[in-house]
Design a protein around this ligand. Structure first.
Ligand code: SAH
Length: 382
């Protein structure tokens, strides 16, 4: 099964409903005046939504009861309709499948650790990057998410984490469905809202946000100029162009050297350590010589390598590398002086692990498997 690389977005079938998170303060105020509400309610709403993670106007007790419905309709329509919410790892991993206004499905995953609570969010419905080992990549691109659809996943994750006693949401990784940098304008606005101070944003630290990309070189440059010190993660998966052309098809456009050049420039400008993502695929990219080549490319740089045991997707010809092969790969990278860890594989039981998110394919699929044996982490996570 293979799909083509798509750089242009299919036209959305209908317009997204208007939502507070797509408007600035003045925009909210003008909508409120249209429906005969005082402008000061805009701040109240934004405080409730961004600060207290309340997304439903009917629950906002500081609004007059009679006005809640009209305000909700005008500025807080439900953007994410829960299709299912599953958990595993003794409740410490939660995956939500959301239906959007036009029927498109996206997923977010929450992972609670002793020191942080991370939400893995989607930036697009589907993905156009066509990486052959990734479940989302196999379904193609449906459409870009709006800024509000991205932000609302974060707000929903904060709410879910609190409701389930997992603690305060602290970290966001753009490692769900989609290629975040292919949806740059919306991503950029979402990043500002996620990191902006309450009531103009959710107030998370930019340092706790990771944007993961296949390596859209010109957009990495834009991100580095944005003045937001988020962590950049580059999905490298191969140190040589011949193999990377196959594993990450955008490599036919921007080669390994160009992608790494953009990453080092990002590190220089932001002073942030760049993450290199590398899925360990048995007999494909896990040879000792590739570890050595990767070590040579990365040595001396402000970088950290995350090896991800491959999660084989249904029907895939590929499998994860055996543990001894993985250990040797780690050993060689560390011997080259490159900081390296193996990503945990949270969420496997609920198809919530890296590369498994493919809601549209599985909508009518397997019943909930919550409560199944926890997968358990098998290594350190970044
Ligand atoms: N489009 C972004 C975000 C994708 S998901 C990107 O490519 O970076 C985040 C990470 O999961 C990427 O590194 C991606 O390559 C990896 N991934 C995708 N499918 C996987 C799979 N089946 N097993 C392990 N990692 C996978």
């Amino acid at each position: 099964m293979s799909v083509a690389l798509t750089l242009t977005e299919p036209r959305p079938r209908k317009a997204a409903p208007r939502h507070l998170a797509d408007l600035d303060l003045a925009g909210c105020q003008s909508v409120l005046s249209e429906i005969g509400q005082p402008a000061f309610r805009a701040k109240q709403l934004r405080q409730q939504y961004f600060g207290r993670h309340v997304g439903d106007a009917s629950l906002m007790t500081d609004l007059p009861a009679a006005a809640r419905e009209a305000i909700g309709e005008a500025l807080l329509p439900r953007l994410l309709d829960p299709v299912r919410v599953d958990s595993c790892d003794e409740g410490r991993t939660v995956k939500a499948v959301w239906r959007l206004y036009d029927g498109a499905l996206v997923e977010s995953v929450i992972m609670a650790y002793p020191d942080r609570v991370t939400a893995c969010v989607s930036s697009q419905a589907g993905c156009g990057m066509a990486c052959p080992f990734c479940a989302t990549g196999q379904g193609g691109l449906t459409r870009n998410l709006t800024t509000a659809e991205i932000v609302d996943q974060v707000v929903a994750a904060a709410r879910l984490a609190a409701e389930r006693g997992l603690g305060r949401l602290s970290n966001i990784v753009f490692m769900g469905m989609g290629e975040p940098l292919a949806n740059w304008a919306r991503l950029k606005s979402a990043l500002h809202l996620i990191t902006g101070p309450v009531p103009d944003g959710i107030g998370l630290s930019a340092r706790n946000i990771t944007v993961s990309t296949v390596g859209l070189v010109p957009t990495i440059k834009k991100l580095s100029e944005e003045g937001l010190p988020v962590t950049l993660a580059v999905s490298l998966h191969a140190p040589d162009d011949e193999l990377r052309d196959e594993l990450v098809p955008i490599n036919t456009r921007w080669k390994v050297a160009e992608v790494l050049g953009a990453a080092w420039e990002y590190a220089r400008v932001t002073k942030r350590r760049v993450s290199i993502e590398y899925a360990m695929i048995r007999d494909v990219n896990d040879q000792p010589w590739r570890a050595d080549l990767l070590g040579k490319l990365l040595a001396g740089k402000l970088v950290h390598v995350n090896l991800i045991p491959l999660n084989p997707t249904p029907g895939s010809r590929w499998d994860a590398s055996p543990k001894p092969v993985e250990a040797e790969f780690v050993r060689r990278l560390r011997a080259a002086g490159v900081s390296t860890t193996v990503r945990d594989t949270r969420g496997q039981e609920i198809d919530g692990a890296c590369g498994q998110l493919a809601a549209s394919v599985r909508e009518a699929g397997t019943p909930g498997r919550a409560g199944a044996k926890p997968a358990g982490p098998d290594g350190a996570a970044d």
